[in-house]
Design a binder for this molecule. Sequence first.
Ligand SMILES: [Cu+2]
Length: 499
Amino acid sequence: MWKLRPFDLLACFLVLLSALPARAHVGSPDVYAEGEAGPYKLFVVVRPSLVIPGVAEIEVRSRTPGIDNITITPMLLTGDASKHPPVPDNMTKPSGDAQFFTGHLWIMATGSWQIRFVANGSQGQGVLSIPIPATAMGTRKMQRGMGLMLALLGVILVLGMVGIIGAAARDAQVPPGKTASPDRRRRAYVAMTVALVILVAGVILGNKWWSAEATDYSSYIYKPLQMNATIQPGNILDLKMVDPGWLSARKLDDFVPDHNHIMHLYAIRWPAMDVVYHLHPDQAGSGDFQLTLPDMAAGNYKLYADVVHANGFPETLVTTIKLPFIRGRELTGDDAEGTTTGVKWNGEGTQTSTSYKLPDGYAMTWKRPATLIAKQPEDFTFSLLDANGQPAKDTGLYMGMAGHAAFVKTDGTVFAHIHPSGTVSMAALMLAQSQNGPSAGNTTGDMKDMPGMDMSGSQPIPNTVSFPYGFPTPGNYRIFVQMKHANVIETATFDASVQ
Ligand SMILES: [Cu+2]
């Protein structure tokens, strides 16, 4: 047993804290965002590091020509630290492409961060801030081969030390050519035994120290809020949050509204994924949300609840519930439902339809790329057509935006609720943008200044919506896309096979 300890000591230098962004989504760590830095439209990708402190890789594609340079600065999203930014870094143009920039930044601590992009070019300066929630997600395991090698080296080290001390005690004062006396031999054994005891004690104490460090680290590892779902009399869905213990700063009563609602709940019948509800429970108390259910088909449902803390830190809570057939209320307001066929993959799993027939005769189409590749930034573009197949003229805003989309992997490992501005939470984006000042060209922090966001709802809007996103992993996904026309909230379903 003791033999393994020296390598544990070495291991403490090699084991790193893994980090992924918070579960604003589930299993979808990279940030994809589109927004305006003053006159320049930018498509931003941030791939957070696997360790914290760690390096976030950043890519920017400018939709607007004429940018000479872009600088990037990491800052906390709220609090005093957000007012004292460090010196900005320059992004580089790695290829001949004048509109493609890359860079990287150190993210030094867990928290609700933002990256401020300042673009300079022929049309002057523009600023865009993108919120980046960063948390440690676990510890990385050492590779087995490396562990065995270090353990072996540790054993050699300890035995070698014992041998050296023994030899010194036995032979140090013996003249050349003579052998040590029995008395000296005895002294050597005693010295070796004492040395062994001291070394083993050192190793055990070192291991204790390392374990204490590891326990300390583990308190920083992100543990998502949990949620228990029950049905109360009157078909009331009750969601009780449970904090499994994480940073003591996390609260259950500091949620802020995100595009009109304090919680967005997707209920998806599982595993067929053939029925989906987008609902908005009300806060009944600290960490307690309630909702009177609409009519619902019986079955097992996966529930994904999106909330945002006051510091802009988003979380998605996940649970499951088995429901009988529910004869509930009518769907009203922003609550919506979609029904479709069950997940079915022909052959290798490629459902390739580009048009989805909606229940009221309208249709939604997807400008489906020829191939979908994991981690590749993409514009997911959908259009609403009327019953005659013409662009819908009565397209309106749904919760202030042209559309909402949920990307859900069929194995349940990925859930991401996306908007025209990307994967970032609208509430966090508002916090970030409101700090940018007059030079940003978007100064007030009002919802109407947000990319793709217009709370007035008065203007006619195009029948096409685009979501910047990239699938995190290869596999099969179902995409639920929601758009609104007149007073109808449409929910279309598309399937995607990702390489
Ligand atoms: Cu939404």
